[in-house]
Write a protein that binds this ligand. Structure first.
Ligand code: AMP
Length: 338
């Protein structure tokens, strides 16, 4: 086979999480849950996006600890470093080279229009750096560096993925067919968005911490946060329309509680007899049962720095092998092989 013709039949998976804080329920259900399932079925590359974190978190005092935490929490959720390549972005230098090439194919106008860029620029007007503008280019480089087709991400990443697709297509058009088109992947038809407990948006690593459930939260904190979730006095009549903030807490229950319980509370809602105090207590207990074992495993691993380093080394070796192969093909295709 011609060495420049890639094998698009093999489905490769790639995704990343930034080490910018504690992982939460949104990261788990939007991303990690899929990673864990996919590692048995596909060739998977999962990455701690430390370079991306520098676009908004230039202070690196806590970076190492945050990288370790993300690694420990992903492993605690079931990611297996022997099955997937689980690595740190900065350990694969080819990422920076591909990012540079892709920057020549990305236009100012399309980058400036990105919703996440506009949001972050508004939140941090004193640090609108070029890295922030080209964030989707770096993300595209991460994905296509392994010639991935499937990208398990949450709904918040849809636009970035569309851009990664655009850059891959543009590269192929200009230099030859090197990259498959990457697409968002979710086992369910719809991409998941885990809402915050106060109905102001989504759960997040750094914003709105009181309304976000973290995988490191202790039992008491989990129960307290859920108790404070936005509810009301209950429906005034039978078969009322469910307000969005009540839909949100039902959505959380669907993530961690048994189906019979969800049905019972839905029936109570439709009968107009639901008691949100009981609902929250039940949800709190189920959430504790879900989060506590993950928290415990992550804590144990965080105390074992040697093992964390070993996990990163195993991952970097696999990712570098794939990256080197892709970049050889890229340089050949571009004529950068003199
Ligand atoms: P980030 O926290 O921005 O580094 O995102 C890491 C992964 O978690 C990405 O795949 C996101 O799509 C996903 N994610 C983050 N927050 C949420 C949320 N509230 N609901 C669903 N997915 C999320």
């Amino acid at each position: 086979m011609d060495k420049t013709i890639p094998n698009f039949d093999k489905k490769i998976v790639m995704s990343g999480i930034r080490p910018t804080g504690f992982l939460h329920l949104g990261n788990y259900f939007g991303a990690i849950r899929n990673y864990v399932k996919m590692q048995d079925e596909y060739e998977c590359y999962f990455m701690v996006a430390d370079l991306h974190s520098l676009t908004t978190h230039p202070d690196t005092k806590e970076l190492k600890q945050n990288v370790y935490r993300v690694i420990a929490e992903n492993i605690a959720c079931g990611l297996d470093p022997e099955k997937a390549a689980f690595y740190c972005q900065s350990h694969v230098r080819e990422t920076a080279e591909l990012y540079l090439y892709l920057n020549m194919l990305a236009y100012m106008g399309e980058l400036e229009k990105t919703v996440t860029f506009k949001d972050k620029a508004r939140q941090n007007p004193e640090n609108i750096n070029a890295g922030l503008l080209t964030y989707p280019v770096l993300q595209a480089a991460d994905i296509i560096l392994h010639r991935a087709s499937y990208v398990p991400v949450g709904k918040d990443q849809e636009q970035h993925l569309e851009m990664a697709r655009t850059f891959a297509i543009r590269f192929n058009y200009r230099y030859g067919n090197v990259f498959p088109e990457p697409h968002a992947f979710n086992y369910n038809a719809a991409l998941v968005k885990v809402p915050s407990l106060d109905n102001t948006g989504k759960m997040s690593k750094s914003e709105n911490q009181a309304a976000t459930l973290y995988l490191a939260d202790d039992d008491d904190t989990i129960r307290k946060k859920i108790k404070k979730a936005l509810t009301d006095g209950g429906p005034k009549e039978k078969n009322s329309v469910m307000p969005d903030y009540i839909e949100n807490i039902f959505l959380l229950m669907e993530l961690v509680s048994p189906q019979e319980k969800i049905e019972k509370y839905k029936n109570d809602f439709n009968d107009g007899t639901i008691r949100y105090g009981d609902f929250k207590e039940d949800l709190g207990n189920d959430m504790v049962n879900f989060i506590a074992p993950i928290r415990q495993k992550a804590t144990d691993l965080l105390n074992d720095e040697k093992r964390i380093k070993e996990i990163m080394e195993i991952g970097a070796a696999k990712a570098n092998k794939s990256a080197n192969e892709t970049m050889r093909i890229v340089r050949d295709a571009m004529g950068m092989n003199y």
